[in-house]
Design a protein around this ligand. Structure first.
Ligand code: CA
Length: 436
C-alpha cells in the first residue's frame, strides 16, 4: 500500500531556496492545488516552499514525458478531477519527475532554474481555489471521542449509539457550499429552539461552532452497483486536506430529529486548498489503533489485515481562534485544541468500503469529512460544543476575551503536520475562515 522511495529521502533538498526546511511544503511533500497567478486563469499547481510550480508551464517547457506527462496534463486544468481519476502509476511518475526537477542536485538544474520565472509563482501573489469540482460531499462521524462527548448529553450511560462500532456512520451533506480556505462564512439564519424556550423562532444562529476534520479526497471512482472491496479501498484515496464543518448548533439541535443534519450544517464548509497525496503520506502510515477490549470486530467487508496494519495516519492537528481582541493586542491566534488522526475509530479505507458497500458510486473529486477529530481529554476537543460543554463553560483567551461559541469577526484556523524520526516533516497549509 505505502511505497517509500527517493522522493521521501529526508536528505533531498530543493534548489527553491524557501523550500529548505519549510514547515509545510519541503520537496518531500509536493501537494496539488488549483491556483490563479495575479494575471491568469485557474490552473493546477504544486506547492514548493513559498512558491507554486505551474504544471501548464512545465508542460509547455517540455519537462514531462510518458506517464508523468499524462498526469501533468490531467492536473494542469482548472480542477484536479482528471488527475484524481487516474490510477496511482501516473501519479507516482509525476511525483518522481517533479521531485527530480526540483532537486538541488538535478543534472538539468541549470536549464530548469533558467525557466523559473515561467515555472514558479510566488504563492503570496496567487489566489487559491477549490482543488476539485466536488460532485458529492459526505460527512462521517469517525472521531470516537467527539461522538462520545456529543452522546453524553443524550445518555451519559450509553453515549454511543448501538451501531457506532459496527457502521462508519455518515450523512450526505452539501457539496455546493464548500469554499476554499480564506473565504468568509456568513452567520446563518435559521429556525432554532433552545430546550429552555417554549416555541421556535427564526433568526441568526446563536451557537455557531466549528468542527476540526480531515478532508478526504476520493481518487478513482466505482461504477454504480459495484462495491469497492476493503482490500482495494486504499487505491481509491487521492489524498488528504483539512476541513471545517461549520455547525449551527441551535438550528441543528432543533431540526435534526429524526432525519439528521440539514440547514445546521449546509450553509458553508471550509476546505484547505492543498491536497497532500497518499504518496506523500506513505511514511506517516501507522497501524489502526487496536479496539478496546470488548469492542466488536468489524464485519468482514470492513476488515482487512493490511488496512489494520498500515491504514491509519499519524497527523498532528490543531485548531486556533483569532479574534479582534487578540489582534488589537498584537497577540497570536489562541490555540483551542490539539489532536491526532489516530483518534479516528475507522480508517479511510473502511469509510470508502462502507460508502460503496451497497453499490453507491463514488467519483473522482468526491469529498468526505472524517468527522470531528477530538482527543480523549479537554485539550483535544475539536469543537466549541465540546470545549464549552454546549455553552455552559466559558473559555478565556489570552486577550481576556471569553468564548462559548464563535462570534462575528472571529477567524478559525486549522493546521496539521506529520513528524517522524528519520523523515522530513510535512504540513498541510492552513484551513482558515472568518465569520461575518
Ligand atoms: Ca462534522
Amino acid at each position: 500500500m505505502s511505497v517509500i522511495d527517493e522522493t521521501h529521502d529526508p536528505r533531498r533538498e530543493s534548489w527553491v531556496t524557501s523550500a529548505k526546511g519549510h514547515a509545510e511544503f519541503p520537496i518531500q511533500n509536493l501537494p496539488f492545488g488549483v491556483f490563479s497567478p495575479s494575471r491568469g486563469a485557474p490552473r493546477g499547481g504544486v506547492a514548493i516552499g513559498d512558491e507554486i510550480f505551474d504544471l501548464r508551464a512545465g508542460l509547455e517547457a517540455g519537462l514531462f514525458s510518458g506517464d508523468a506527462a499524462r498526469a501533468a496534463e490531467a492536473a494542469a486544468g482548472a480542477t484536479l478531477n482528471p488527475l484524481m481519476a487516474l490510477s496511482s502509476g501516473p501519479r507516482q511518475a509525476l511525483r518522481k519527475r517533479l521531485s527530480a526537477l526540483l532537486f538541488a542536485d538535478n543534472p538539468e538544474r541549470a536549464r530548469i532554474e533558467a525557466l523559473s520565472a515561467q515555472l514558479l509563482h510566488n504563492a503570496s501573489d496567487c489566489t487559491m481555489h477549490l482543488p476539485a469540482a466536488i460532485g458529492s460531499y459526505t460527512d462521517f462521524f469517525a472521531g470516537i471521542h467527539h461522538a462520545r462527548n456529543g452522546g453524553m448529553r443524550r445518555d451519559p450511560n450509553n453515549p454511543l449509539s448501538p451501531n457506532y462500532k459496527y457502521v462508519p456512520v455518515a450523512y450526505h451533506s452539501r457539496a455546493s457550499s464548500v469554499r476554499p480556505s480564506g473565504v468568509a462564512i456568513r452567520r446563518p439564519n435559521g429556525q432554532r429552539k433552545l430546550p429552555s424556550e417554549d416555541a421556535p423562532s427564526y433568526g441568526p444562529c446563536r451557537k455557531l461552532d466549528y468542527e476540526l476534520e480531515l478532508a478526504i479526497w476520493v481518487g478513482p471512482g466505482n461504477a454504480l452497483g459495484e462495491p469497492i472491496p476493503i482490500a482495494r479501498a486504499g487505491d481509491h484515496l487521492f489524498g488528504l486536506g483539512l476541513f471545517n464543518d461549520w455547525s449551527a448548533r441551535d438550528i441543528q439541535q432543533w431540526e435534526s430529529q429524526p432525519l439528521g443534519p440539514f440547514l445546521g450544517k449546509n450553509f458553508g464548509s471550509t476546505v484547505s486548498p492543498w491536497i497532500v497525496t497518499t504518496e506523500a503520506l506513505a511514511p506517516f502510515r501507522v497501524p489502526q489503533p487496536a479496539r478496546p477490549a470488548g469492542d466488536p470486530r468489524p464485519l468482514s467487508h470492513l476488515w482487512d489485515e493490511t488496512d489494520q496494519r498500515e491504514g491509519a495516519f499519524d497527523i498532528a492537528l490543531e485548531a486556533l481562534l483569532m479574534t479582534e481582541g487578540l489582534g488589537a493586542k498584537g497577540l497570536p491566534p489562541h490555540r483551542m485544541s490539539a489532536s491526532n488522526t489516530t483518534d479516528l475509530y475507522w480508517t479511510v479505507a473502511q469509510m470508502i468500503a462502507h460508502h460503496s458497500c451497497n453499490g453507491c458510486n463514488l467519483a473522482a473529486g468526491d469529498l468526505f469529512g472524517s468527522g470531528t477529530i477530538s482527543g480523549p481529554t479537554t485539550a483535544g476537543y475539536g469543537s466549541l460544543m465540546e470545549l464549552s460543554n454546549d455553552g455552559t463553560r466559558e473559555i478565556t483567551l489570552a486577550s481576556g476575551e471569553t468564548r462559548t461559541f464563535v462570534e462575528d469577526g472571529d477567524e478559525v484556523i486549522f493546521r496539521a503536520h506529520c513528524r517522524k524520526a528519520g523523515c522530513a516533516p510535512i504540513g498541510f497549509g492552513e484551513c482558515r475562515a472568518r465569520i461575518i
